[in-house]
Design a protein around this ligand. Structure first.
Ligand code: NAD
Length: 281
């Protein structure tokens, strides 16, 4: 039976480190959070971010803009925060109104304040193995893999999902550890090859958003399984991996909920403190 890789205890450990760094800063760090319109999903993220920030001694400055905010008005708002020296980092809450293109507007965030790690300059640094601000979900998955104690050098790692926020940055982080990385996606599934890739995985990370996509009996004996997926099935939250069958074969597996989720917000706070440290130097 697999050992559970739980996010909460690991997050608590990392938070202790973050707290120490916050105390060593010259000025209390400030995270600006921008929400456009009212949205229940975004509101629940905001609540958990605000709580995490407060516990760490970080000021969480929520700015809610009207639903009919235009792209240009949002860009102007971001530019003001870029030059506001009291703000160390910013996050734009999703979802945004349909008229606003996140990919476009996120480029206007100053790379020094881009605590989601999605500015092309930060992605470029990631490619060179020099990033300080790493996309939060990919960083959370990496922390969980490391907490299993596995040495990634030369290991077969299969990532399912190739999004900009999870699969692609995670593949870069894994390559830096000299893992042999396969990134699979919808094309792999359509070609009927997903199972054969998953079966080889000594470390498997799944970030798709389809409940039961990864069958439990595909898991290699002794594998480390990180399930990033979040799916609501019959009022329950489940991942992308068939958990009960998978935990019989894996050596380590993340629960859903309770695995990657609790760590993601901690990674955001870690990035904020990294940004503040760099700015205060
Ligand atoms: P996305 O929609 O941007 O990307 C989905 C990926 O899955 C794509 O690469 C796509 O090609 C691939 N895919 C789709 N169908 C597939 C199939 N049948 N077989 C193989 N690959 C397939 O999604 P995302 O934003 O990366 O999120 C993925 C999942 O992770 C979602 O469930 C999301 O809710 C969850 N998520 C969790 C956290 C967290 O903190 N725990 C954070 C971000 C995302």
């Amino acid at each position: 039976m697999a050992q559970l890789l739980e996010g909460k205890p690991l997050a608590e450990k990392i938070k202790e480190e973050i707290k120490k760094q916050v105390v060593s800063l010259k000025v209390k760090p400030v995270l600006a959070s921008i929400m456009v319109g009212e949205n229940a999903g975004a509101a629940s993220y905001v609540k958990s971010q605000a709580k995490a920030a407060e516990n760490l001694g970080i000021e969480y400055r929520l700015q809610t803009l009207p639903q009919d905010t235009t792209e240009n008005a949002l860009i102007d708002f971001i530019r003001k925060l870029n030059v506001d020296q009291s703000v160390n980092g910013m996050i734009i809450q999703m979802p945004l109104p349909a008229a606003i293109d996140y990919k476009k507007i996120s480029q206007f965030i100053s790379p020094e304040k881009d605590i989601e790690g999605m500015h092309p300059q930060n992605i470029g640094k990631l490619l060179f193995g020099k990033a300080k601000l790493i996309p939060c979900t990919a960083a959370a998955a990496m922390e969980l893999i490391n907490s299993s104690g596995i040495d990634l050098y030369g290991k077969e790692v299969v990532v399912v999902g190739h999004s900009e926020i999870v699969g692609k940055p995670l593949a870069l982080l894994l390559l830096d550890k000299f893992a042999t990385v396969t990134v699979s996606h919808i094309g792999t599934s359509k070609a009927g090859k997903l199972e054969e890739h998953v079966r080889r995985a000594e470390v498997l990370v799944v970030a798709v958003g389809k409940a039961g996509l990864i069958k439990g009996d595909w898991i290699k004996e002794g594998a480390v399984v990180i399930d990033v997926g979040i799916n609501r099935v019959a009022e329950k939250i489940v991942g992308d991996v068939e958990f009960e069958a998978a935990e019989k074969r894996a050596a380590f597996i993340t629960p859903v909920p309770g695995g990657v989720g609790p760590l993601t917000v901690t990674m955001l706070m870690r990035n904020l403190v990294e940004a503040a440290k760099a700015q205060q130097q």
